[in-house]
Design a binder for this molecule. Structure first.
Ligand code: NAD
Length: 487
């Protein structure tokens, strides 16, 4: 890998990294267009080699003591902390994240490792009763083998770490493919941290490339379980491929999340939370507030508050300037966001603020008078846009909240917690918050969505046992059992 941007601690790891044999991939800063790095991409053959090496290394790792696995993970957390400034600058330059978002992601990444480091200490099975009283019968969780991890560009460190750390902790090997836009903070960083932490060779393989490399991971016979985070469209393809091979697959996909404001809400709190949930990181967040569902009696004041906040947000290069919003990640995504906004305005939505862009810098946008037939309502925008729809009754609010095939996150603001809770519990989403906004996660909770936001899988907490281990029933008898056969 040839790094153009200057690095320090990562450099030797980048140099030693066995290069892929595919066409070179060039990385650029979205904020400036400046080149960041040029690396040889991986090919499906590279994936096959990586998966075979991972499969060869995994059995010995599964037999490594729990204390040693945990020690290596704790060490990885320390190393990550020690090199945060370097990883942080790569994160900002590769993704266009502002300081706050970058630090939040880093804190969370460390939490993922520390939570995973506690897993090897946990019980991993049960003694179960048997109709044959003289035999010992147990069920235990054993590693799945090699986990193929495919991650998106928008939060590459934490979305990679939420797979890599628990999968390794529970005795698996991992083949990780970050998005080609984030090969360092989504890929090389992992290789460097775990190599320095003393992870035995072969257990963590990083391949760089696009859909063809991702599909090679999904179909490789040495990859036993696939963990995919990304768009619903790509997730469908991954799910179809994995399903055809009868391979277990976890899909964490897009969202179009409801943010409900009841008539008795603390409007200041709701509006600042709503603005944060739609605009932070340019709205490029799977659990961003995608649909603001606001009671008619407060909708005018709510829209005014969102407009006032949007107008105050500073746009610019988040790596070199003190700003609130950075760029949209690339031209294609910019065109998508703007297309949804312009078509919604043509369809009758009122542009309250924003709706324009300067290069990749899209101004935070509020759309009022949105109706449920418009793309701003039906589509995941993945940009800094807050569409507002009005309701009159709680039942209507609920119907609007559930008027989406997605079901990732939801939020309800109300001064009455019982009223808020009653509504929140009926929102069809994997996560829902009363008097807090949708962009919420913790390493200890099972994170994931319903509907087309996923396939029922979850990341985090106890769910990691389901994702990265499988049941095995084992029985033992002192006296071998014989069967009077034929009867
Ligand atoms: P994407 O689906 O285009 O890419 C995600 C990853 O999948 C990348 O590594 C990409 O190279 C790979 N990929 C693409 N096509 C593939 C294929 N056919 N086979 C295998 N791999 C393939 O998504 P994106 O645009 O990079 O990310 C944004 C999307 O991710 C949004 O929809 C967002 O909501 C979603 N997301 C979901 C979560 C979650 O936890 N639910 C978290 C972050 C982002």
């Amino acid at each position: 890998m040839a790094a153009i941007a200057s690095t320090t601690w990562l450099d030797p790891f980048l140099e030693e990294w066995r290069p892929g044999t595919g066409a070179p991939i060039e990385g650029h800063e979205p904020a400036t267009g400046r080149p960041l790095l040029k690396i040889p991409g991986s090919t499906p053959d590279d994936v096959a080699r990586a998966a075979a090496a991972a499969a060869a290394a995994q059995p010995a790792w599964a037999e490594t003591s729990y204390a040693e696995r945990a020690r290596i993970l704790r060490r990885a957390a320390e190393i990550y902390e020690a090199h945060r400034p370097e990883f942080g600058s790569w994160t900002q330059r590769e993704t266009g994240a502002v300081h706050g978002k970058m630090h939040h992601e880093q804190n969370f990444t460390v939490q993922e490792v520390l939570a995973a480091a506690s897993m090897p200490y946990q019980p991993y099975g049960q003694l179960v009763p048997s109709v044959q009283a003289e035999r010992l019968s147990m069920v235990r969780r054993i590693p799945v083998g090699v986990v193929g991890a495919i991650t998106p560009w928008n939060s590459p460190s934490v979305l990679g770490m939420r797979v890599v750390a628990p999968a390794l902790a529970l005795g698996n090997a991992v083949v990780l493919k970050p998005d080609p836009q984030t090969p360092v903070c989504g890929g090389a960083m992992f290789a460097a941290v775990f190599a320095e932490a003393g992870l035995p060779e072969g257990l963590l393989q990083i391949v760089v490339g696009g859909a063809d490399v991702g599909e090679a991971i999904v179909t490789d016979p040495n990859v036993h379980v696939v963990s995919f985070t990304g768009s619903t469209a790509a997730g469908r393809r991954v799910g179809t491929l994995a399903g055809g091979l009868l391979k277990k697959v976890s899909l964490e996909l897009g969202g179009n999340n409801a943010f409900v404001v009841l008539d008795d809400a603390d409007l200041d709190a709701a509006a600042s939370a709503g603005a944060y949930a739609s605009f932070q990181f340019q709205g490029q967040v799977c659990f961003a507030a995608g649909r603001h569902i606001v009671h008619r009696s407060v909708a005018g004041a709510y829209v005014d508050a969102l407009v006032e906040k949007a107008a105050r947000l500073r746009l610019g290069d988040p790596y070199r300037e003190e700003v609130d919003l950075g760029p949209i990640v690339n031209e294609k995504q910019l065109a998508r966001v703007d297309g949804i906004v312009q078509r919604s305005i043509e369809g009758g939505a009122r542009l309250a603020v924003g709706g324009t862009h300067d290069g990749l810098f899209y101004r935070p946008t509020v759309l009022a008078d949105v109706t449920t037939d418009l793309p701003a309502w039906t589509d995941e925008i993945f940009g800094p846009v807050a569409p507002v729809v009005v309701f009159d009754t709680d039942e209507e609010a609920l119907a609007l909240a559930n008027d989406s095939e997605y079901g990732l996150a939801g939020a309800v603001y109300s001064r009455s917690t019982s009223r808020g809770l009653a509504l929140a519990q009926r929102i069809r989403s994997g996560m829902v918050h009363v008097n807090d906004q949708t962009v919420n996660d913790e390493a200890v909770i099972p994170f994931g969505g319903m509907g087309i936001s996923g396939n029922g899988s979850r990341f985090g907490g106890a769910a990691n046992w389901d994702e990265f281990t499988q049941w095995q029933w084992v029985t033992v008898r002192d006296v071998p059992k014989s069967y009077p056969y034929p009867y």
